[in-house]
Design a binder for this molecule. Structure first.
Ligand SMILES: [Zn+2]
Length: 426
């Protein structure tokens, strides 16, 4: 560098920062012989401050710079970081990854978020707020940062189309929200609840320990709600129910069974959790559903012998699996496949009763099916002796309960020609 350290330092808010214009000009000049800037979208300036300027708070900055090198002039993302900013014991000069991520976030155009207490760096739900001071150091990179919050991810188009759900005024919806870190490839990542106008709304997001949302930095696993006012400098404020000045404790974590009551008749209730997120009832002037409906969609069918020959028997199994609320009044009606006969006395159910109707249907009256408590239904069929050709046998069943139903199908192949029809035997 062509100048002494003092040339690149300037006083700022009780401490020091880099003089961005001087640091930028001389750093880019120094790097220019080795660097073709044309393929890059951003530059990070890392420079030491002189020893007598390491007092008070040392400030880093992120934003954009006008770059006129290796092509037409253009604005690119930029950050200016005094290397001492992460100096720990022994004045080891390490810039924490969390600080780089925060400043590069500004480079992407992100603002700060915060709690409601006028403290810009207090929310550990967001790398653009409390990314510093608490961490589990990673051996190579030091302190990695957590993710940014949902509104910010949407600002920079990290919430794909169709993965944000809006709850308009006068409506309510029960939604499953995926966690923001390492989400599944489908499902909602963010819910938005409009308030008075386009500048004011709530956001609802699911945070679970996953990836960079790691234990120790992320305060916990919960639904987190922000109130967004786009007219203020840090638009998103964490909702903190206990008002105790700490947005990283239980007051900001909405868990199963808890309900947030907001402005304009907004209600957010946490109805349940999943491995990767939460179910949330959201009402905007309407009362949302906070009870999860029964869900039997994980039920499955199988058979003891899926390739029976003429005259042989096969036992057909139906394993009912319910998730969430108890399914009431579960009844499964099964129709025997054509070309088969019921083997008398074989119908069984692990719960309830079964009867054979005069019409030849089996009716399994299961009753209430609790969350996570499976029921197994079974019966045996015999393939007609005189059935000659390879024949697809389809047994259709229907599970019905209070408020829902599900079709279930067994498919078997009788007289399968294992040599001539290999694809049919798979
Ligand atoms: Zn910042």
């Amino acid at each position: 560098m062509p100048n002494a350290g003092n040339y690149y330092a300037e006083a700022y808010r009780g401490g020091y920062r880099l003089n961005m214009t001087r640091a930028t000009d001389d750093c880019l000049n120094a790097a220019d012989p080795q660097i073709d800037f044309s393929p890059y979208d951003g530059v990070v300036i890392l420079l030491p401050l002189p020893a007598d300027k390491l007092t008070g708070t040392i400030w880093a900055f992120g934003g954009s710079m006008y770059l006129k090198r290796d092509g037409p002039g253009r604005y690119i993302r930029a950050a200016w970081i005094p290397v001492e900013i992460g100096a720990g014991a022994g004045n080891v000069r390490e810039v924490p990854v969390s600080l780089l991520a925060h400043e590069m976030g500004h480079g992407f155009g992100l603002p700060h978020s915060s709690g409601p207490y006028g403290q810009v760096y207090d929310s550990r739900w967001d790398v653009m707020s409390g990314a510093f001071g608490v961490c589990s150091p990673e051996p190579v990179y030091g302190c990695p940062s957590q993710h940014t919050m949902g509104y910010h991810k949407e600002l920079i188009s990290w919430i794909p189309d169709g993965r944000k759900v809006v709850i308009p005024s006068g409506t309510a919806k029960l939604v499953e929200l995926m966690r923001l870190a390492q989400p599944k490839s489908n499902g909602y990542l963010l819910a938005q609840i409009p308030l008075e106008d386009a500048d004011h709304f709530y956001t609802v997001e699911a945070r679970r320990i996953a990836g960079y949302d790691y234990r120790g930095l992320l305060p916990g696993e919960a639904i987190v709600i922000h109130e967004v006012d786009k007219t203020r400098s840090e638009p998103a404020h964490v909702i903190d129910a206990d008002g105790n000045g700490d947005v990283n404790d239980e007051g900001a974590m909405w868990r199963t069974g808890e309900t947030f009551t907001g402005r304009n008749g907004v209600t957010v209730c946490v109805a349940g959790s999943t491995a990767t997120g939460f179910f949330v009832g959201i009402g905007n002037g309407q009362t949302p559903q906070c009870e999860l409906a029964a869900d039997l969609s994980s039920s499955a069918t199988s058979a003891s012998n899926s390739l029976p020959n003429a005259g042989q028997t096969a036992t057909l199994y139906t394993d009912l699996v319910n998730m969430h609320a108890t399914a009431q009044g579960v009844v499964v009606t099964s129709t025997l496949p054509a070309g088969t006969a019921y083997v008398t006395g074989t119908a069984k159910t692990s719960q309830g009763v079964v009867e054979l109707t005069p019409a030849g249907e089996l009716v399994f009256t299961v009753g209430a099916l609790k969350d996570g408590a499976p029921a197994r239904l079974s019966y045996a069929i015999r393939v007609n002796k005189n059935l000659r050709d390879p024949t697809v046998l389809t047994a259709r069943s229907k599970a019905a309960w209070n408020g829902g139903s599900l079709p279930l199908t067994h498919t078997l192949i009788a007289n399968a020609e294992r040599v001539n029809l290999p694809s049919a035997a798979k």
